[in-house]
Ligand binder design. Sequence first.
Ligand code: CTP
Length: 524
Amino acid sequence: MPDYIFMLESRLSPEQLQALNQVQQEAQELSLNLYLVGGAVRDLMTGSPIRDLDFVVEGNPLRLAKRLESRGVRRFAVDPDHRTAELLLTDGVSLSVEMSRNEFYQSPGKPAQVSPASILEDLRRRDFTVNAMGISLTPGSRGLLLDPTNGLADIESRELRVLHNYSFVHDPLRLLRLVRFSTRLGFHPEPRTKELFDAALERDFQYHIPLDALGREVAQVAGEENSVAALKALADYELLEVVHPLLQKRKPDYDGLAKLQKYCQQAAAAGYRLDTVGLVLHYIVQRLKPRLQKQLLSKLGLRKAELKQVLGLDKEARRWVKLLGRRRSMGPRQVYQVLDAAAVEMLVFILAEYSDKKKVQAKIYNFLFKYRPMRQRLPVRELQLMGIQPGPKFDQILEKYFEAQLDGRFRSRPQQLRYLRMLAGLPKTSTKPVKKEKEKEKEKDKKPAAGPASAETKQPPAAPAKLAPEAASLGTKQAPKPPAPPSAPPAKAPGKNVPAPPAKPARVPSRRSAKKLKKKSHRR
Ligand code: CTP
C-alpha cells in the first residue's frame, strides 16, 4: 500500500506541510478525528499542484478553528450553522476545516439541510468520485486512504463520475464544476455522468445556481491556469449564458486572455506568485459595454474596491505606459525605482496589452526578469561571511552594491567581491585566477631572479581573521543562482531595505477572496 503520508510530505510545500502538522497536532490535543479531503487528495493522486488544504473533523471544527486562531492563524470566514471555517496562515496557505456531515436537498439550488455524519457519509455526499477521497490524519489510522466510491480507479481511467443520480439536480453548480475540472485535469465525464449532465442542462437546472455561488465559480474559472480553455468549454455548453446572455453571445476576449496567460506563465517560471483573477475578469467582461461590465461584476459579488480596480485596469495601465514612455533615457536604476512601485500583476497586464510598445516592454522585461531577480540574489551570505552583522550598515552595503550592479559595474564575480569588500571597509584581496603553470614558468624565465615585488604582491594580505574559508573561495564561483522556483519562497535578506518577495500584493480581487465563502454553495 502506498505511503500517503510520505507522499504528502514530499508533495506539499514547506508552508503547507507546516500547516498540516499544526492542524494535526491541535486536532489531536482536542481528540478530534481529522481527515484531509477533497481537492488536496485528488491533486496528490493525480500529481497536480496541491492548492488548498481542506480538512474534515468528526465533531465540532469550530473548536479547532478557535484553537488555531489563538496560535496566530487568521480566520476569515466562519459559518457557525454549518460548522465550517476558512483559515489563512501568515505564509499564504489557505485551509478550511469542516464538520463531517450529510446534506439533504429539498429543491435544486436551494440550501441543503446538514447534519453531523461519519467521515464515510461525508465523502459520499460530494460531487465527483475523484473529489470524494480522504486521508486519515488521526493517530491509529494515520495515512489510511478512505475512498468509498473508488475515486482512485476513476483517476486511473481519467473520468469524472457523480456519486448519485441527483448530484446535478441537488447542486447545479456541479455542472460548471464538471466543465472546469474536465479542462483542468483533462478528464472526461463517464457515460452515465454525461447523460445526467446533458439531462440537467436540458431541464435548465443551470439557471438555478444561486448568484453568490455563481460569482465564486466565475472567480474560480478566472483563477485557472488555463482560463481560456475553461471559458471556451463553458461557452461550448452555453453555460456562459448563465453568467450573462450577452457574454455567451459576445464571448470573452480570448485573444487578450491568451496573451495574458503567456506572460503570466513566464512570470511564474521566474518565481513570481501572481494573483490574476482580477485581470482575467477584465478579459471576461471586456467585450461588453462599460455599464454592463459594471452591472455584471457587481452581480457576481465583487466588492466596490475590487470592481473599481478591475474596471480601472486600462486607465491604470495607460498611466504606467505614459510614465515609462515619457522618460526615454531612464537608466536601470530609474527603471527599478519607478517599477518597484507597481504591482507585478499590472506589469504583466501591460506586457499583454502593449506588445507594440517595444521600449516600454523592454523596461518591464528588464525589471521583472533581470533587476528583481538580481535583487533576490544580493550577496547576503557573502557579506555575513565577511563578518558584517545584519543591521543598518549591512542593509546600506547591499543597497549600494545593488545600485552598482544595476549600473553594470561588474564584469566578473571577483570584481563583485572586491567591490563588496570595499563597501564593507575590508582590505583588498587578490582574486585573480591562478595562472596556468606554463605561463607562470614563462614569466619566471622573463623576470630577473630577484626583482622588485609586483603591485599584486605589494597588496596587504587578505584579512584571514574575518574572512571565513568559504568566503575566500567565493571569488572563483560562477554566475549567481537562477531565481527560486515558483513554490520556493525567495530567500530574504535581513533588514528592511533588502529584497522584497517577488510578487507584490495583488491589487485586484484575489483567488483567496473569491474562495472565501465559496464552499457555502454546497453547504447551504
Ligand atoms: N464539493 C462538492 N460540491 C460542490 C463543491 C465542493 O461536493 N459544489 C466538495 C468536493 O469534494 C471538493 C471539496 O468540496 O473536492 C472542496 O471544494 P473546493 O475547494 O471548491 O474544490 P476543490 O476540489 O478543492 O478544487 P480546487 O482545486 O479548485 O480548489
